[in-house]
Design a protein around this ligand. Structure first.
Ligand SMILES: [Zn+2]
Length: 437
């Protein structure tokens, strides 16, 4: 009885049309006030000047003819018509251009949690394997030159003058490279900056413009990166994983990439969810029933369901893997493909012009809990105002049904055109809490 009551409170339509949402996992309170949601999506103006194709592969530092401007690569995924998809690890500098990476995993040049943080606070040092890898990379003259170039660029960005840098001998520069081989913040970068044959600069290659096959590789590669970063040292409590798409969503480049960051704490948000789950193990059932009964299901396949998110500060789409809970790197290829197909479709339906964050939530491996992996795509299109700061009640200009009404027609179109994988859409979805068992 009490549970039904709380689910009812989670999504209320008031007499005047105000929609009040309460997030069942975080308690976040969000209102959508009538009248404000009819405004068109506040999408930032796009640059539609022509693409200069002579700069192909050079548009930004993440582009594929600028491999030497980013730190030494940890791994890449390549594609060949004959042999299919393959992962190559630790490609030496002299061979970086022997293949073209569809996706590459590199250390972030400007880490959120740095090698120094791990080193000074925990005594973290490179493993024997990391040290060997670093020695091998530097033994190749092209590798040595690459590393020095990137170290200088980083020091210059941190404020060192050209004279100061010129005065530093190689021996003084080298220690700054250790983090490239033993750090905990990686970036997974897709190959293309623009879609093939793009005419203008608004035609960026996004998650939604990848093929469903390529998107699956991107997700799988990201999950492997997370698993790997958990092995960094025994003090890693969580690996945060996210994608910032376009500048309003926090991206430094308009070039598709995800990030994975090892941290030494369980994030507050995850702690809060673990605590709620300790009290109520059926909290996820409530979210799924609520979405199903209030007609907020967007799409589903055998392995996952996508729904318009309830109780988020930004208009959101949530993708929930089905079946027993598992973490991303534990997914079978079929499970990952199912989840990926929905994530891909939701990005395609959202549109590359919408700035968004993709956030992965998962159970910290050291904690026993029924916490479930899922992904949230947040459209970063509304601006927060003073009202929110003073009340901690958030105004979201678009309610979950408006998210559904914007996304569903596009999903039907995309499915019809064969641009997304086969899946059930809208009313075709049949989901019950049993599908989470
Ligand atoms: Zn680029």
């Amino acid at each position: 009885m009490a549970k039904a009551h709380s689910e009812k409170q989670a999504l209320l339509r008031c007499a005047d049309g105000t929609i009040k949402q309460k997030n069942l996992l975080t308690g976040t309170e969000v209102w959508t006030v009538p009248g404000r949601g009819h405004r068109p999506l506040a999408i930032p103006t796009q640059d539609d000047s022509p693409v200069d194709h002579s700069r192909h592969g050079h548009y930004c530092a993440f582009c594929h003819f600028r491999y030497f401007e980013t730190p030494p690569e940890k791994a890449r995924v390549i594609f060949d018509e004959d042999t299919g998809w393959k992962t190559l690890e630790h490609v030496p500098a002299s061979q970086l251009y022997s293949t073209t990476a569809e996706f590459r995993r590199i250390p972030n040049l400007f880490e959120i949690v740095s090698y120094n943080y791990w080193n000074l606070n925990y005594g973290h040092v490179p493993s024997a394997e990391d040290s060997q890898r670093m020695a091998r990379y530097l033994a190749d003259p092209a590798g040595f030159e690459h590393v020095m170039r990137v170290v200088r660029a980083r020091l210059a960005a941190s404020g060192l003058s050209a004279e100061e840098l010129a005065d530093m001998p190689d021996g003084a520069l080298l220690p700054h490279a250790t983090g490239f081989f033993s750090g905990g913040h990686d970036v997974i970068i897709a190959k293309n900056h623009y879609i093939p044959d793009a005419e203008n600069k608004s035609q960026l290659a996004s998650s939604g413009t990848l093929s469903a096959d390529a998107h699956f590789q991107y997700m799988q590669f990201t999950a492997q990166t997370m698993q790997d970063l958990y092995q960094l040292n025994e003090h890693v409590k969580y690996v945060a994983c996210f994608q910032n798409w376009l500048k309003p969503a926090g991206a430094s480049f308009d070039h598709l990439h995800k990030q994975a960051v090892a941290i030494d704490e369980t994030p507050v948000q995850i702690e809060a969810e673990l605590e709620r789950l300790r009290i109520d193990r059926e909290i996820y059932d409530g979210i799924i029933s609520l979405a199903a009964t209030r007609k907020l299901l967007l799409a589903q396949n055998e392995h996952a369901v996508a729904l318009a998110g309830i109780g988020h500060r930004f208009p959101s789409i949530a993708i929930w893997p089905l079946g027993p809970a598992y973490n991303p790197w534990e997914a079978t290829p079929e499970q990952m493909r199912g989840v990926s197909d929905l994530v891909h479709a939701m990005h395609a339906a959202t549109g590359a012009e919408v700035p968004c964050n993709e956030e992965w939530y998962h159970r910290p491996p050291s904690v026993a809990s029924p916490m479930r992996w899922r992904l949230l795509i947040k459209w970063r299109i509304s601006t927060l105002a003073g009202f929110e700061g003073g009340t901690r009640i958030y105004l979201n200009t678009i309610n979950p049904w408006q998210v559904r009404d914007r996304v569903l027609p596009k999903l039907y179109e995309l499915r019809e055109a064969g641009l997304i994988a086969p899946m059930q859409l809208g009313d075709e979805c049949r989901i019950t809490p049993k599908d989470l068992r």
